[in-house]
Design a protein around this ligand. Structure first.
Ligand SMILES: C[S@@+](CC[C@H](N)C(=O)[O-])C[C@H]1O[C@@H](n2cnc3c(N)ncnc32)[C@H](O)[C@@H]1O
Length: 459
């Protein structure tokens, strides 16, 4: 290691930016030097494996043009999906991702010759996927035109002589009440940016500008996304919150560079990608062609809250108008946090009878729960998984495979073996277990070591 330059070490560990490294180290509950040692150690171990652990998080995607337009750390990387397609010799056919996120499965599958179906409940992520598909469907020589259009929009927008958008302002007050998320100087610019967008005709460059705006909302606010969205600490606030317009300028310039620097490493989208139903829980209602493979990473139990974490972006896009809109999204997402639990939404499925391991875990969860919603959350999570994968079974072609990237968790001191419980539930539905591979170790919120695995099942 002593012979390596700092540039080489950065490239091996996959972080070029020191502040990103600090954030990731904190998230992993290690100090920076322990974290670097850990990453180096892992990279060495992984260099002989087919699936590199570094591929199973979004970290790699942060430096890939297009993926960096709106960094989304909850995703896995395109290389991970490509390595799965290679490892399991997936033939051209339809791949379904019920939890598409930013669409990593779609784009990687396309590059490997596959069409996809997908579900994604969050309208922000649906918007990002759609815009990215539109750009990547174009031939490389057309990107320059879009880039130039984007620069024209930038010049017009950055005059900031637009009216502050009163509807967006009203929605903010309805949804967020008295919470102050932005410094006044940024809030005004954001309201103006919304009016500007509304005054422009629909176009791809306008959608790209919208992405640039969306990705500047959190950085120009008092909030920080570190796992979950939270207020910045006093120390973090010592650094002045950057001006929204300055962040936006830099973001647009990055995007313009991606569009015009002749980068041909990003492949053109050539296949069809269809949102078959926003909500994976409704897959049983869809009529579609037979699905050959499912590649997905479902939300983790007690993991990130995908709606709350994107509330600023959902508000800007007009999807949050009243406080009840937040609740209505929470009712639709896969229940994975205690605040998602709503007793009236409990499915009429005796889920404990489908998995012995789950019924044993539920005993410990009920014994230790300080909040009645804790065992209900686990019950809902697995019942909804049962609902999704039961609905999926008749849609599969014969010889289909499910590749599910999932992690276990620890809640209130109780270890929930999500992966093994899910395997038992899937077997109960009628799927056959093929294999389970460990992808990496993680740290739970309480600091315990938990794992991330790939489950393979067949129909
Ligand atoms: C772990 S993320 C997937 C990340 C994705 N693999 C990527 O690389 O971007 C899980 C996703 O499931 C979505 N989700 C949660 N409940 C859903 C539901 N009922 N139907 C469809 N999508 C849902 C969340 O919005 C989130 O984007």
């Amino acid at each position: 290691m002593n012979k390596l330059s700092s540039q080489e070490i950065r490239s091996i560990i996959g972080y070029s930016d020191y502040s990103d490294l600090c954030i990731a180290a904190e998230r992993d509950k290690r100090n920076v030097s322990q974290f670097i040692k850990f990453l180096l150690d892992r990279a060495i171990k992984d260099s002989n494996g087919i699936i590199a652990a570094s591929d199973v998080t979004f970290k790699n995607s942060k430096v890939i043009p297009f993926n960096r337009w709106y960094p989304y750390i909850e995703g896995y990387s395109p290389d991970f999906v490509k390595s799965l397609i290679k490892k399991y010799s997936i033939k051209p056919g339809i791949i379904y991702d019920p939890f598409a996120g930013t669409g990593t499965t779609l784009f990687a599958a396309d590059a490997m010759g596959n069409s996809t179906y997908y579900s994604e409940i969050n309208p922000l992520l649906q918007f990002l996927i759609k815009a990215k598909l539109e750009v990547l469907k174009l031939a490389h020589n057309e990107w320059r035109i879009i880039g130039n259009d984007l620069m024209l929009l930038k010049t017009k927008l950055l005059k900031f002589n637009h009216k502050e958008n009163t509807i967006l302002d009203r929605n903010y007050k309805n949804v967020f009440k008295n919470s102050i998320y932005f410094p006044d100087y940024n809030y005004k610019e954001i309201l103006q940016a919304k009016s500007f967008l509304e005054s422009e005709d629909d176009s791809l460059s306008k959608n790209i500008l919208t992405i640039a705006i969306l990705s500047c909302l959190i950085p120009s606010s008092y909030l920080k996304k570190q796992g979950d969205l939270r207020f910045k600490t006093k120390k973090e606030l010592e650094k002045k919150i950057p001006r929204f317009s300055e962040l936006l300028c830099a973001k647009i310039d990055d995007i313009y560079n991606d569009l015009t620097n002749g980068n041909t490493t990003v492949s053109q989208v050539r296949h069809n990608h269809t949102l078959i139903h926003a909500n994976a829980k409704c897959i049983n209602e869809v009529s579609c062609d037979k699905i050959s493979y499912v590649i997905t990473s479902p939300p983790y139990l007690n993991g990130t809250n995908y709606i709350r974490n994107t509330k600023l972006e959902l508000w800007f896009l007009g999807h949050l108008r009243t406080e009840s809109d937040l609740r209505s999204f929470r009712d639709q997402i896969l229940t994975s946090g205690i605040n998602d639990v709503k007793v009236s939404n409990l499915l009429q499925i005796d889920i404990e009878s489908k998995s012995l391991l789950l019924s044993q875990t539920m005993v410990s969860l009920k014994e230790t729960a300080y909040d009645v919603r804790i065992p209900q959350m686990a019950e809902c999570y697995f019942a909804e998984m049962f609902q999704i994968f039961s609905g999926l079974l008749p849609k599969l072609a014969s010889g289909a495979r499910l590749l599910i990237d999932i992690g276990d968790s620890v809640f209130n001191g109780v270890h929930i073996q999500t992966d093994d419980i899910l395997i038992e539930i899937l077997q109960n539905i009628g799927y056959k277990f093929v294999e389970k591979t460990k992808l990496r170790e993680r740290r739970s919120r309480g600091g315990q070591t938990v794992t991330q695995v790939l489950i393979v099942m067949a129909n």
